[in-house]
Design a protein around this ligand. Structure first.
Ligand SMILES: [Zn+2]
Length: 82
């Protein structure tokens, strides 16, 4: 099982334990879409907020992430926690 690292807390574990975030064909950043470079985030609010802060998502995906993409993604992931 390949190990991945949470971009917020740096915890390493198997890929299935994380949300995977990547760019779709139009360049929007979203959950479980697209191939190539992706970011992994623990399925908890603390890491979700941490991933959105301090440019961590941008660094992991090597490029700008719009505030709108972040807002939509954050709402989607928070819904999954409920
Ligand atoms: Zn984490």
């Amino acid at each position: 099982m390949p190990e991945r690292t949470c971009i917020a807390c740096k915890r390493k574990t198997d890929q299935a334990s994380f949300w995977r975030v990547a760019r779709d064909f139009e360049g929007r950043v979203a959950l479980w879409r697209g191939l190539g470079r992706s970011a992994y985030i623990c399925k908890q609010l603390e890491c979700l907020e941490g991933a959105m802060a301090k440019g961590r998502l941008e660094r992991a995906l090597r490029g700008a992430v719009s505030n709108e993409d972040k807002r939509v993604l954050r709402e989607e992931l928070i819904c999954k926690l409920r």
